[in-house]
Design a binder for this molecule. Structure first.
Ligand code: PLP
Length: 230
């Protein structure tokens, strides 16, 4: 085993024990929290190693960067598109990526639907919400969320899984907690209102800096780059 493989294994163990501890602290089951390994900053070789280590869910934020990896490794993983998605890139993403975490506008929903109809499949989508209101972040402002979800109803090939957010980078991750709480409450309100014919079950929230807080607040998917893959 070479040194970088060992380092990767150590990182995996570290992440696993931290995810476990956060689940225990919040009375959650480990199997209710899934990890998306974000490989956007690493090579296809490292991505392959990650998959071999048992991380089937792979996250990428740019199609241009992902395409080489997908061509090599596509059938070995389950791919999550986590970045801003341009409408004219949807044709590359639908059918290759099982999940899109960044649904944030109607024109995008329309294009995903169109591609799904053509290829006869569903795409699992998270609606991205800009809870913190930072200008640098994409996503719907919370007051736009309910009207947006109503507008999604005609798009039968979009399977809405839940909500996604990115918290601001904080030196003290505890300070991200209100952002995650807010996303959880928005999801609960959507389910209470029953706008969609099925409940939203998932929250995609938590990154390297703040995933433990996100898990404590109900994350079902954490998206981990640096802390896991280096
Ligand atoms: C890069 C990225 C991540 C992972 O970030 P780390 O801080 O490296 O864990 C998660 N989500 C999105 C949307 C990203 O772009």
């Amino acid at each position: 085993m070479n040194i970088s493989a060992l380092t990767l294994q150590e990182r995996i163990q570290e992440v696993e024990s931290r995810v476990n501890a956060a689940c225990r602290r919040s009375g959650r089951r480990r199997e209710d929290v899934q990890v998306v390994a974000v490989t956007k900053r690493v090579s296809a070789a490292v991505t392959e190693e990650i998959i071999k280590q048992g991380f089937l869910h792979i996250g990428e934020n740019r199609w241009q960067d992902a395409t080489g990896k997908w061509n090599l490794l596509g059938s070995h993983g389950i791919w999550h598109f986590i970045g801003r998605l341009q409408t004219n890139k949807v044709k590359y993403v639908v059918g290759k990526f099982a999940y899109i975490h960044s649904l944030d506008r109607l024109s995008l929903a329309e294009e995903i639907e169109k591609r799904c109809v053509q290829t006869v499949q569903e795409t699992q989508c998270f609606i991205q919400v800009n809870v913190s209101g930072e200008h640098s972040k994409f996503g719907l402002a919370p007051p736009q969320l309910f009207p947006f979800v109503e507008q999604l109803l005609p798009y039968k090939h979009l399977r809405i899984m839940g909500l996604m957010t990115m918290a601001p980078h904080e030196m003290d991750p505890q300070r991200t907690r209100p952002v995650f709480q807010k996303l959880r409450i928005l999801k609960e309100q959507l389910n209470t209102e029953g706008i969609l014919p099925y409940p939203l079950l998932h929250l995609s929230m938590g990154m390297s800096n703040d995933f433990e807080v996100a898990i404590e607040e109900g994350a079902t998917w954490v998206r981990l780059g640096t802390v896991l893959v280096g």
